[in-house]
Design a protein around this ligand. Structure first.
Ligand code: FAD
Length: 489
């Protein structure tokens, strides 16, 4: 039996461990933290439970696939959301995005005076784009594909007008919709991979297809259940997870294969090594002597987040699981985010309240608020804005919800880009690896294998096909297929 060492127990590392153990490999995972899940972890605070990172869950079938490939009887239960998001604009407009597209189109017609058919057609077109491109972009290694079809054909597909890589999400949306508020609503999907809708290619408008056509979900016990379920599957498959085990270096031999990895001053040798570590960190710290794909590393990073976890001693009936309080000037917000590298005074605020569904997440009569603002990834650790940000967030919530929220915060914790970097090693605390702010970065991410080190494979949000839970799970699937093809047992 061949052995595999996986560095990092984020969801991509865990999913790869499950797949490889089921392919017959002997798998050991090294995790620097004392807990699994990386960005997908949880926080328990004075009777409140919070999901620390991701809150939006699409394509749950990718988790079910891991359960069933192992023939496991372990349960992973989740529910489909009937209302996806509650939107609040600063002029008082409120909109409920129903999972039922007809109802959603009717609501956008009523509240934003958009033609119902325009919405329905838009959704249909996004479904078509997704179906036409998912095989190409999500289900295989693009980098291997290049070997099968010639490069010219490949570039032809990539840059055909059909894919709309030469227009931005916003350009397309303002052309289609009559009300700028509708364009703003759909532009927001750029933030699902930490990008700028005024720069990201129009093709990325299809992200909304994941929520509206395929559905948005919540595990019955909150998002962290994804991590606990994957860990249970690894245990069942006899994967060893070593916690408090930071891998310091990867030593490559003269035969261009990894000789060993070094962790807590011990050398571990494996036939195959896979990394779930941000590529920036991987090349800079774990492989300092090896060839570095500089162009990829230097791409603009995705945005980060500043999160306030608030225990609130009141219930707000106007809020649901996902709530967006939009900024007035969206273009300015993204200019600040990516050019000025500073959060704007009037930021878009996202409030996630899992206790709306998972009653155990907050004491009776209370709610667990995860309040998030998109902020720049942290290039310069000395920049501080926390105090102003908290004040601005509170003011905006108070104005829109006509409340004095500060009086209702009974417990509080925060997560900054620096915390995200310290806790998960993602460069500058960026949430999704490179941003998709240009057409190359959007689709040409680092491959799922190393081109110079023969037995090294890569998974996770900073490599192909990209960040976010579904894409990380796809990266594990692609890497496991590559390993099955290339590494005979
Ligand atoms: P990570 O979760 O980053 O895990 C990497 C792991 O590797 C970590 O556990 C780390 O400790 C470990 N590690 C790093 N270096 C070493 C080393 N040298 N040795 C040993 N271990 C090491 N996605 C969505 O789909 N929906 C959302 O709503 C969403 N919202 C988000 C909100 C926030 C605040 C954050 C932070 C992220 C959000 N994301 C969301 C993104 C999503 O969480 C990530 O894309 C995904 O969890 C990344 O998983 P991963 O396996 O790539 O890596």
């Amino acid at each position: 039996t061949k052995s595999v060492g996986i560095i990092g127990a984020g969801i991509a590392g865990l999913a790869l461990a499950i797949r490889l153990a089921n392919q017959g490999f002997k798998v050991t995972v090294f995790e620097k933290n004392s807990y699994p899940g990386g960005k997908l972890s949880e926080l328990n605070l004075n009777g409140f439970r919070f999901d620390k990172g991701p809150s939006l869950f699409t394509m749950p079938g990718l988790i079910d696939e891991l359960t069933s490939l192992q023939g496991s009887s372990l349960q992973f239960k989740y529910q489909k959301l009937q209302v996806i998001t509650n939107y609040f604009y600063s002029d008082g407009t409120q909109l409920k995005a129903s999972a039922n597209i007809e109802e959603f189109a009717e609501e956008v017609h009523l509240k934003l005076n958009e033609k119902k058919e325009t919405i329905l057609k838009y959704m249909k077109r996004n479904a078509f784009y997704f179906k036409t491109t998912e095989d190409l972009f999500l289900k295989q290694s693009l980098h291997q594909l290049k070997n099968f079809i010639n490069l010219k054909t490949f570039k032809g597909i990539l840059f055909s007008p059909f894919l709309g890589l030469f227009s931005s999400m916003n350009k397309k949306n303002i052309n289609i919709f009559s009300n700028p508020k509708t364009a703003q609503l759909f532009n927001r999907y750029a933030t699902y991979n930490g990008s700028n809708p005024y720069k990201a290619p129009a093709l990325m408008n299809m992200i909304s297809h994941l929520e509206f056509n395929l559905g948005a979900y919540l595990p019955n016990e909150g998002m962290h259940q994804i991590t606990t379920h994957l860990v249970k599957l690894t245990e069942e498959a006899n994967v060893i997870i070593k916690y408090n085990s930071k891998v310091d270096t990867i030593e490559v031999g003269s035969n261009s294969r990894i000789a060993f990895i070094k962790c807590n001053d011990v050398n571990y040798a494996f036939d195959i090594v896979a990394s779930d570590v941000d590529i920036h960190v991987l090349y800079k710290y774990l492989l300092p002597k090896s060839f570095t794909p500089k162009k990829l590393i230097q791409q603009e990073k995705s945005s980060s987040a500043y999160v306030f976890y608030w225990g609130i001693n009141k219930e707000f009936s106007e809020l649901g699981l996902h709530n967006i309080l939009f900024s007035d000037d969206y273009k300015k917000e993204f200019d600040y985010l990516f050019s000025k590298q500073f959060p704007i005074d009037d930021p878009t605020i996202y409030i996630n309240i899992t206790s709306k569904y998972c009653k155990a997440d907050a004491p009776e009569g209370c709610e667990n608020w995860f309040v998030m603002v998109n902020v720049p990834h942290n290039k310069n650790r000395s920049i501080t804005y926390e105090t102003d940000l908290r004040k601005n967030v509170i003011n905006k919530i108070n104005t829109i919800l006509k409340t004095t929220i500060e009086k209702h915060i009974i417990t509080e914790s925060t997560l900054s880009p620096v915390d995200i970097e310290n806790q998960t090693s993602s460069f500058g605390g960026s949430l999704y690896g490179n941003s998709s702010n240009n057409k190359f970065a959007a689709f040409l991410r680092h491959s799922n294998f190393s081109s110079t080190i023969k037995n090294l494979y890569l998974v996770g949000g900073s490599v192909h096909p990209g960040g976010g839970i579904p894409l990380c799970l796809f990266s594990a699937k692609i890497a496991s297929q590559l390993i099955a093809e290339r590494e005979k047992k």
